[in-house]
Design a protein around this ligand. Structure first.
Ligand code: HEM
Length: 187
């Protein structure tokens, strides 16, 4: 497997761009998805939600390919093993969810009672997935379950990042911040 030069201290610019672009799109979709029947009812934003979701799917596959072919900076040695393990577990669950979340939404709209293609911001139609009614129904169920799981993980992830920044002060957040040189007294 090809591996590029390993930067010890921070993520590469490409990895940082992937992280923040996907984070903003996922959080926007989570907020809209969770409140589409209350706060955003009648706003007509579902086509945007679906187009953003397809964008997330493409970016996430590229990001996963990047992750599988590159090493990432190690966590501070001061962190206990269980925290490192938990952090890696949460990251890999995120990789799974940023792919399964849009896939389940795509399956849901490709089958069921009103199958329809997703328009990518009005520029072209994304072909429908070849799914049965049952698979579309399962996609719907999973989309809902994954949505709540993802929202909970996003809160956990942000809380962990803030803990690193303001309590542990170990420079972990700076490694993923554009233009910030990570500093940490516990390195
Ligand atoms: C990053 C990707 C995505 C995220 C985070 C996301 C998130 C969500 C969430 C949290 C909900 C509310 C679930 C519920 O409570 O029923 C939802 C609903 C929905 N999503 Fe997504 N979604 C994504 C991608 C997609 C894609 C790619 C499609 C279709 C191509 C899609 C189609 C829908 C539809 C049609 C609903 C409404 C379901 C209903 O009203 O029962 N989503 N989404």
């Amino acid at each position: 497997m090809a591996r590029t030069a390993f930067n010890q201290r921070r993520y590469s610019r490409g990895a940082i761009a992937f992280h923040w672009i996907i984070a903003v799109l996922v959080i926007a979709n989570l907020i809209y998805g969770l409140f589409h029947e209350s706060l955003f009812k009648g706003a007509g934003l579902m086509p945007v939600h679906m187009a953003i979701g397809i964008t997330v799917l493409v970016l996430s596959i590229a990001r996963l390919a990047w992750r599988l072919t590159h090493r990432v900076p190690p966590l501070p040695a001061s962190l206990p093993g269980w925290e490192k393990g938990l952090s890696h577990l949460v990251h890999w669950i995120f990789y799974a969810l940023i792919i399964l979340m849009p896939l389940s939404g795509w399956a849901m709209t490709s089958g069921g009672r009103h199958p329809h293609p997703v328009s990518w911001f009005g520029l072209f139609d994304v072909p429908m997935l070849p799914v049965s009614g049952g698979m579309a129904g399962a996609g719907h169920e999973f989309h809902e379950i994954f949505g709540y799981a993802m929202a909970a993980l996003v809160v956990l992830h942000i809380a962990a990042a803030l803990r690193h920044q303001f309590i542990l002060r170990d420079g972990v957040l700076g490694r993923m911040m554009p233009g910030v040189e990570p500093s940490g007294r516990k390195r």
